[in-house]
Structures are given as C-alpha cells and as structure tokens.
Design a protein around this ligand. Structure first.
Ligand code: PEP
Length: 249
C-alpha cells in the first residue's frame, strides 16, 4: 500500500449512546497505529457524541441531502453534519442507491453539496451479482463512477476517496477473489487518472468494501491498488474493527 491506508467503519443504522464505549476503544487503539488513518461513520444521531469522545480518528456521515437547507422533512444537510463534527460523508452507498432509489446524478449533486460544506467524500460504487455473472462488472462500475464523480476537483486526492463495494459481497460473508478486486481497482485508478490527472488521480485512495473481517483483511488490504477498507458489520465492535485496522500495517 503506497498511500497511507484508510480504514473506515460504517455503522449504518446501528448504535445508540451505549456504543460510545466502542468508539472510545477504537480511538485509543488507533492512537497506537498512526500508520493507518481510521474513521467511523456513525448514524447522524451519534456524530456529535462520537466527535466529542474521540481524539485521533475521523468522524463522518453516511449520507447528506443535495440541498443546503429547506423543506425536506427528515433529511440532514451536509452543513448540519459538518456542524455536528463530521469531516467527511459517505455517498452513493448501495443501500442508498437500492433502498432509496438514488441515481448517479443524485450522488453527484450530493457530492457538490458536501464539498460546499467542507466535507471530504467517500463515493461508493459496485455491481450486482447478475452484472458480475454477465462479465460486465468493470464496465458497469466505471460507468457508475464516471457519472457520480465531480468533473473537476481541486486537490482531488485530499477531498475524494472511492469505495468499491460489490453489492453481492455486502453483509453476505462472500468476497471477490483478490484477482477480481485488483482488476476492478486498476480500472478505477485509470478512470481517476483520466479525470483528475496523474498526480491527483494517482493519489486518491480506493477502498475495498464487502464482508471485510479480521480473517480476510490482510489479503484484501494488500491487493494491488487497494488503499484501505470500508467496513460495515465488523466495525461495530472495537475488537473486530481493530483486527482489520492492524492488518493494514
Ligand atoms: C458496507 O455496507 O459498506 C459494508 C462493507 O458492509 P459489510 O462489511 O457488512 O459487508
């Protein structure tokens, strides 16, 4: 891993204040593993509390609205997430794309709102099982990403992270082969260089996500062009999450 590895926990719709002890434990361990950048994306309701509890790790949101403010009952803007203590937001997670009908254009609009609010981006992409079986995964994922990423972005490598998460691997315990991960990440790297240039596009971290656990983290994290991991289920306890973080060292 040439770039500083980045391991991000996505708590999804899990966690009440009782989970703050896990965030504290993750933060304490991360202070001893400075070679790895560690972050958590708790639900909106815990962003402020986690931000207050931790010293080293980053805290982010799992989504944001595309508008800055207005009559959008139940939604949260990027500025609100930033005000609560978020420094980044995940966007375009497959659970948003599939469960909430988010399109690439929605993800692009949200990316603009997040950047306006000073948030860094983790933009997700990934193919369904039927697309993988049809042999068109690389084409589908790069098409999705091309339409979801900002056309231009100053200091792109500081503001943008991409997460490749095959939908069929999320929460299923199944993972692609290392070879499949490497071919997908190489295709994403080529796209990023094409869009943002050799220096910036070459330095954007590309995370792998989908059933990463302490047992399989080493082979996935050390695959070519993998710059870290986006972790769902295994990020809910400090023990399993830090098992993954340690595999990145
Ligand atoms: C995710 O949803 O971002 C994810 C990677 O989930 P899991 O690790 O549980 O597969």
């Amino acid at each position: 891993m040439a770039l500083r590895p980045y391991v991000v926990g996505n708590w999804k719709m899990n966690g009440t204040r009782a989970m703050l002890a896990e965030a504290r434990a993750i933060d304490r361990s991360a202070q001893r593993l400075m070679k790895v950048e560690v972050a958590l994306a708790p639900p909106f309701t815990l962003i402020h509390a986690v931000h207050k509890e931790v010293e080293e790790i980053g805290v982010g949101a799992q989504d944001c609205h595309a508008q800055g403010d207005g009559a959008f009952t139940g939604d949260i803007s990027a500025a609100m997430a930033a005000d609560a203590g978020a420094t980044f937001t995940i966007l375009g997670h497959s659970e948003r794309r599939q469960g909430h009908g988010e399109t690439d254009a929605d993800v692009l609009a949200k990316a603009g709102a997040a950047l306006d609010a000073g948030l860094q981006l983790i933009i997700c992409c990934g193919e369904t099982e039927s697309v993988r079986d049809s042999g068109n995964a690389v084409q589908a994922v790069t098409d999705q990403l091309r339409a979801s990423l900002p056309q231009t972005l100053e200091s792109a490598s500081e503001k943008l992270t991409v997460a490749y998460e095959p939908i069929w691997a999320i929460g299923t315990g199944r993972t692609p082969t290392v070879g499949d991960v490497e071919s997908m990440h190489r295709a994403i790297r080529a796209l990023l260089i094409d869009r943002y240039g050799e220096t910036e596009g070459g330095a954007i971290r590309i995370l792998y996500g989908g059933s990463v656990k302490p047992e399989n983290a080493r082979e996935l994290l050390w695959a070519a062009e993998v710059g870290g991991a986006l972790v769902g289920g295994a990020s809910l306890t400090a023990e399993s999450f830090m098992g993954i973080v340690m595999a990145a060292v």
